[in-house]
Design a protein around this ligand. Structure first.
Ligand SMILES: *Cc1c(COP(=O)(O)O)cnc(C)c1O
Length: 395
């Protein structure tokens, strides 16, 4: 059997005619820059995420970049973030001329640890940290209540890297004990989405969006994604061309109504994996550690999609050997991310002496399994059987 890590064809089959028609309509409209499809998607994503505004941009990376540019982050500034994420999270910090400062992750959630952030912020006596970028890694929100509390204390904006978490919910517990369900992107100063094809909401090419409840900031973002231009050919600020393509916007509008059911498919598959692994001895022997639903205690009480499983991540023994074995047996899998950000070569001497043991552990021991909604039970059983086979031969 062959089980791919992701099968976009299986998803496309359910919406292909509508998708082709939508794209052809844009071709025939000759509206190729901005226009009604982009505006329509901006409104729909804003509504879906529970925020006032959406600003369509050219990628998730550019969503982060234009956010930092719009906040005026640059030379001499530091930005606090996680050492365990896709490179873009750190790349944008360096590209605006600022420097990343890291706080280690919590290994159970893979997200930045607010206690470690508090230590880093307390040590920043010159107040050089001018922004925080938490990442909602793999589809589960970081501990945003604690992060926002720190951000308020130090008066620093929070740019959510929600590239992997569009639609992921977060249980915000208020002082009176009531729980408000919020969505990724609606928790910080602004939230950044990616429509890279492998994200839960993927386009037919690159795309992204910044969402925010702050109308004035949204206006500034909209200016900055179009060369900082207003009115035409007058430039109060230096922005760039970070516009979203209407062909991407129309394709995403076809997909958005299905997004929650695709999330649910992934969540059901995660439950199935948990049951299948529980029938092996792999969990008891600690060969395999399943992904943790950090906000599980709130499920049922308030039905929340607190994890949308952009990736289904195991921590395993002998990770690299397992990966090679699975690939040889036709099971798609991937290592996200083998090198933590603080160890990336491009940092040069800046990285010397930096050590974040939890992020390093995650980088050394995690592996992603297929989790897309159209995955079947026999395919999942095959994946689990192959993993069990690997460890039975092994010892
Ligand atoms: C995918 C991703 C990005 C970048 O998005 P692109 O659309 O590929 O530019 C940024 N951060 C994280 C965490 C991502 O997973």
């Amino acid at each position: 059997m062959k089980v791919p890590l992701l099968d976009l064809r299986a998803q496309l089959a359910t919406i292909e005619d509508e998708m082709v028609e939508a794209v052809v309509n844009v071709v025939r409209s000759t509206r190729y820059i901005q226009g009604p499809e982009v505006e329509g998607l901006e409104q729909e994503i804003a509504e879906y995420s529970g925020v006032a505004r959406g600003v369509g941009v050219s990628s998730g990376t550019d969503a982060l970049l234009v956010s930092l540019m719009s906040l005026g982050i640059g030379q001499g500034d530091y930005v606090l973030t996680t050492p365990y994420s896709f490179f873009a999270t750190m790349g944008v910090i360096l590209r605006v001329g600022a420097k990343p400062v890291f706080a280690d992750i919590d290994l159970e959630s893979y997200n930045i640890d607010p206690e470690k952030m508090a230590e880093v912020l307390a040590a920043d006596v010159d107040h050089k940290i001018k922004a925080i970028i938490p990442v909602h890694l793999y589809g589960q929100c970081a501990d945003m209540k604690a992060i926002n509390k720190l951000a308020e204390q130090y008066n620093i904006p929070v740019v959510e890297d929600a590239a992997q978490a569009i639609g992921a919910e977060y249980p915000l517990v208020h002082a009176d004990g009531s729980v408000e369900v919020k969505k990724a992107g609606a928790l910080g100063t602004c939230g950044c989405f990616s429509f890279f094809p492998s994200k839960n909401l993927g386009g037919i090419g690159d795309g992204g969006m910044v969402v925010t409840t702050d109308e004035k900031f949204a206006d500034h973002l909209a200016l900055m994604r179009n060369h900082g231009m207003n009115p035409k050919y007058y430039h109060p600020s230096v922005g760039g061309n970070f516009r979203l393509d209407p062909i991407q916007a129309t394709a995403l509008r076809v997909k958005l109504p299905h997004l929650n059911s695709w999330h649910d498919g992934r969540r059901e598959n995660a439950d199935s994996y948990a049951e299948m692994f529980a029938r092996t001895s792999l969990l008891d022997e600690a060969k395999v550690v399943l992904p943790k639903r950090v906000y599980q205690e709130f499920e049922g009480e308030i039905a929340g999609r607190f994890h949308i499983y952009n990736q289904f991540i195991l921590r395993v023994e002998k990770r690299d050997e397992l990966r090679d074995f699975l690939l040889a047996e036709g099971v798609g899998c991937e290592v996200y991310y083998p090198v933590p950000l603080h160890k990336q070569e491009c940092l040069g001497a800046y990285s010397h002496g930096l050590s974040y043991p939890e992020a390093e552990k995650a980088a050394d021991t995690t592996i992603a399994l297929p989790i897309y909604a159209e995955l079947t039970a026999p395919m999942q059983q095959y994946v689990v059987d192959k993993i069990a086979e690997f460890y039975s031969k092994d010892c």
